[in-house]
Write a protein that binds this ligand. Structure first.
Ligand code: AMP
Ligand code: MG
Length: 324
């Protein structure tokens, strides 16, 4: 079976073809803001200007279009104007090919592509991206959120701090590079409330350190150490509470080597296994939507066009999970 999947919840416009074994092809175009952070209208304009190119170049080297079984798209959560561009394209393609449509939850897709590519079976997933930060695990027929950010996503927090230090979007990789050169740790608010965490107070405090003349390297280092310790603590607590022995790291911030290291050390200490998918599948990408759409379709899901409206606040626990 073959699925075509389209992602476009925020910065990444990406379409891919996958079968049950692997990714056949992927074609992506990233929206990079000229200044500041992601602007929803500009991002959606980027997506509408590029969707034709992304789809046609994905399909240009694929001479078995009639073999596509299902058309999947990310239905949410995400930025409304961006989601609508992708949903419109997916509907048009599905109608043209006379194939079923499957609306996919974006967070679920991060987790499922991670399980697919790493072999993790029943992990605690730490999903860390621009807009989302959640600790997720499967309980019965749902993925449940055991802990999450009370305000902004960790990626957004890193991007805001970077922007304050006049670094261009996306800031996460730039903060990581600076942090490697950091020498001195400055204390920042460590905010874990039960299983939830919060980052916006930390961002303000770190921005203040920078304004007070603390070197950017030390600010970046202190920020990463504090924020990633918070995420590792909550992930560890979920492991212990649920009595599980696998951790899966997904989402764009998952590319961060220091975060991976902290989680790996925590897992080693507990005798748990640590998994992270290849970097190309960490951040938002079409392959995760195609793969999850295929999985859902094989388990009886399809989304009639009349039910395919976008869901900007779509939660992972809204989806019944019918597969192992
Ligand atoms: P996503 O929405 O899942 O594609 O993730 C995008 C977010 O990941 C942005 O906020 C980026 O700044 C962040 N990001 C990407 N690479 C890294 C990295 N190496 N370290 C930290 N954050 C990163
Ligand atoms: Mg994402």
């Amino acid at each position: 079976m073959i699925a075509l999947g389209i992602e476009g919840t925020a910065w990444s416009l990406s379409a891919a073809l996958v079968d049950e074994k692997d990714v056949i092809a992927i074609e992506s175009r990233a929206y990079v803001p000229k200044e500041g952070g992601i602007h929803p209208r500009e991002a959606s304009q980027h997506h509408s200007e590029n969707i034709g190119h992304v789809i046609s170049s994905l399909l240009s080297n694929f001479d078995e279009i009639d073999k596509i079984d299902v058309v999947a798209f990310s239905q949410g959560p995400g930025l409304g104007p961006c989601l609508r561009v992708v949903a419109t394209a997916a509907r048009a393609i599905a109608l043209k090919l006379k194939k079923p449509l499957v609306g996919v939850n974006h967070c679920l897709a991060h987790v499922e592509v991670g399980r697919w590519k790493t072999g993790a079976r029943n992990p605690v997933s730490l999903y860390v991206s621009g807009g989302n930060s959640q600790v997720i695990a499967r309980r019965g027929d749902r993925y449940r959120v055991f802990g999450e950010t009370l305000d902004i996503g960790i990626g957004n927090a890193l991007d805001k701090l970077a922007r304050h230090m006049r670094l261009k979007h996306p800031g996460g990789p730039k903060i990581e590079k600076l942090a490697r050169k950091g020498k001195k740790y400055y204390e920042l608010p460590y905010v874990v409330k039960g299983m939830d965490f919060s980052f916006s107070g930390m961002v303000t405090a770190a921005q203040r350190l920078y304004d007070d003349g603390i070197p950017a390297e030390d600010v970046a280092f202190s920020f990463q150490e504090t924020a990633f310790a918070m995420l590792t603590e909550v992930t560890e607590r979920a492991l212990a509470y649920l009595d599980l022995d696998e951790v899966l790291l997904v989402g764009g911030v998952g590319a961060n080597e220091r975060l991976q290291e902290m989680l790996r050390i925590m897992c080693e200490d507990r005798g748990a296994r640590f998994y992270a998918p290849p970097k190309q599948l960490m951040g938002d990408n079409g392959a995760m939507i195609a793969y999850t759409g295929l999985l859902m379709y094989k388990h009886g899901y399809s989304t009639p066009v009349g039910n395919s409206a976008v869901k900007p606040d779509f939660r992972i626990d809204d989806v019944e999970v019918r597969w192992d």
